[in-house]
Structures are given as C-alpha cells and as structure tokens.
Design a protein around this ligand. Structure first.
Ligand SMILES: [Zn+2]
Length: 361
C-alpha cells in the first residue's frame, strides 16, 4: 500500500514511552517522546470539541464549487483551534485534511463533506474510548474479571473495534537493550546536510551501546494512533483510576499507590498537591460511601454490558444505551458532589438508589 506524507513513525520499547517522529514531509520532522502510555488517550476523551463543532455549524456549504478556497481556509482555522490542546490530535486531523485536499480523487463537495464528517466522527469516538478505558482498564469496575475477559466484554459491545490493522516498517533506530535512546536521535533540518553514513558510523563506534534495526508503526490517522496507544496500555496492563478530588480518570503510570491526578485543580495547584494536604482521603479503598456507590454502579454496569452473559446468547435484563448514559450521568454528578462535599455520603447513596429504581421501569 502506498504511504504518503504526513505520517508518524512510532517506536515502542520496554519503557512506558512512545517515541514518535511526526513527519510533515520527507525532509521535515519533529521528534517527541510521549511519556506515560495511555495519558494521551485519557486526554483525548476529555478534549473539548464543542468550539470546533460550533464553527462547523456556521460553515455555509451551499455552493462549495465557488466558495471552495474560502471553506477550506475556514476548515484549516477550525483544526487550528485544537492546537496545543493535545499532544497529537491536531497533527493527525491536519494530516487528514492534507491527504483529503491534496491526495484524493474526491470531488470538491465530497472533500468538504468528508472533513466535516471527520470532526463529528472523532467527537463520537470519544464515547467509544471512554467506554474502552472504563470497561478494560478502570481499577474500580469489573474487578472480578481478568484483563483479557474485560477486553472480550468490550469487544462484544463494540464488535468493529478490533478490526484495525496497523502497518509496520523496519528502520535504523538508537535502540539498545530494549530501550529507545532519545539523546541519540539525529536531528537535521535538511537531510542533504547530513553525511548519514559517517554520523551513524561515529555514533556506533563512540556510543556505549550500538544503533540497531527496529520495527516501528506507520501511523496516518488519529484513529490508528489512539488504537495503538490503547492496545499498548492493554499489553502492559496499565490501569486507570478516578481522581479522588476532581473525579476525572488518570493513568496509573507505575505500581505506586495514587489517589490524585496531576491536573490543575485550583489556583495553579494540582489535585495531587491539594490532595496531599486533605484530612480525609476520599478514595474508594477508605471510604464506605464510595464503596457502596461502586457496588451499585458495578451492578448497573453489568446490566448494561450484559456482563453476566457475555459468553452466551442468553437474554438479560439489559438497559438501553440511552437509559444507561442518562443514569451514569446522574451517578457521576452525585459522586462529584460528594467529593466536593456539597452533599453527605448518606445523601449520595440515597439519591443513587432512587435513580436505579427509576431505571427499572
Ligand atoms: Zn484530579
């Protein structure tokens, strides 16, 4: 299959880093080491697409053929709204636009429709990944199942998810003893300037460890990148947990016990900094109300995902997607209100019970 630019080359190694070359063209690339695999997937789920979707709504696409350049410019501006908000979302949406406008045989109308569709598609994909993270990797739900079982449960509900194929190639990389050495990435602005043969020979001789051949992933779309990062989380068993303060998910990067995330909570101080000083640690392990909450939550969860019958065709008391989403919004709001001390533990549990009774009807 033909591969055109822009693309990303992703090297994985035995650490929890992704080593990524973002190649705009054969001669221009940027190297970034993304630390803590999974963080970018969690951040994608939280990314706010609303401004982009608002701007798309304003777009007048009645006469694409005469306004094509104008519409295109507006679309470039819309994708730029995501700049610096996520380590790679803007790069890949931008790439998709380059490939659509300069590398496809689509008509002008089809090109514009495709890009508008793309934004909606990724805004919807957030729901898929929120579910994927929770069903497969959350520390708090489905604890009684193993990771592969949880992946199968997720697959039952999203059957197309595991149909992706990622392309790989081999290349020369500063990879030794299973680790990618970013200090030895060769940086240049013009490949003509570099005597690659000499540089490689020198590094090879001078370095403590040699440069090796390694396989890497060739990634062209945001969807492929998210899939790669998510599957690497599964492969390594990287878990996620809800922050005891802001209630958002964060990646458990290592085996250390953590209750709080690194996000800014208030006055440029992070949840972790504030949480360390809090008298009462509202983590599930130590809080009976959160434990009760979790039991009820897990029960509703199982009903929605038909978890008691995930390996059979047996009919279960299944909730519809709308019912479940409605209910889980209520539940999340209650938990957050409790964590922020707006309601007591008893009030949270009572309201939660009431909400599940409503859903039985
Ligand atoms: Zn937090």
């Amino acid at each position: 299959m033909d591969i055109t630019y822009p693309l990303a080359r992703v090297f994985t190694d035995k650490t929890n880093n992704l080593n990524v070359f973002f190649d705009e063209s054969p001669t221009s690339n940027q190297f970034i080491q993304l630390k803590d695999i999974g963080k970018c997937v969690v951040e994608f789920c939280e990314l706010d697409f609303s401004e982009c979707l608002e701007e798309l709504k304003k777009l007048d696409t009645k006469s694409v053929s005469s306004d094509f350049e104008d519409i295109k410019n507006k679309l470039w501006n819309i994708v730029d709204l995501l700049k610096d908000k996520h380590p790679y979302v803007q790069f890949f949406l931008n790439s998709q636009m380059v490939l659509t406008f300069y590398g496809s045989d689509k008509s002008k109308e089809e090109q514009i429709d495709f890009i508008i569709h793309m934004f909606h598609y990724y805004a919807n994909l957030q729901n898929t990944y929120r579910t994927a993270l929770e069903v497969c990797l959350s520390e708090e739900v489905l604890n009684e199942y193993t990771l592969p079982e949880r992946f199968l449960i997720f697959g039952n509900n999203f059957p197309t998810f595991n149909h992706y194929m990622l392309r790989t190639r081999y290349g020369i990389a500063p990879m030794s003893y299973g680790e990618f050495d970013k200090s030895r990435v060769i940086r240049y602005s013009d490949p003509e300037e570099v005597d690659m043969k000499n540089v490689l020979a020198n590094i090879h001789r001078d370095g403590q460890t040699p440069i090796n051949m390694a396989s890497y992933f060739v990634i062209q779309t945001l969807e492929e990148m998210l899939y790669l990062e998510f599957m690497e989380m599964l492969k390594r068993g990287i878990r996620i947990k809800r922050c005891a303060l802001c209630d958002k998910y964060f990646v458990l990067a290592d085996k250390r016990k953590r209750g709080y995330c690194d996000r800014i909570y208030k006055n440029s101080r992070t949840c972790k900094q504030i949480g360390a000083k809090l008298k009462f640690n509202k983590s599930v392990e130590e809080d009976i109300y959160l434990q009760q909450f979790q039991t009820i939550y897990n029960r509703m969860y199982s009903r929605y995902y038909r978890i008691d019958a995930w390996d059979s065709d047996r009919e279960t008391n299944k909730l519809s997607a709308r019912e479940f989403r409605h209910w889980s919004d209520i539940a999340s709001n209650l938990r957050l209100a409790y964590k922020e001390s707006h309601i007591t533990g008893e009030q949270m549990i009572e309201a939660l019970f009431k909400s599940t009774e409503y859903e039985k009807e």
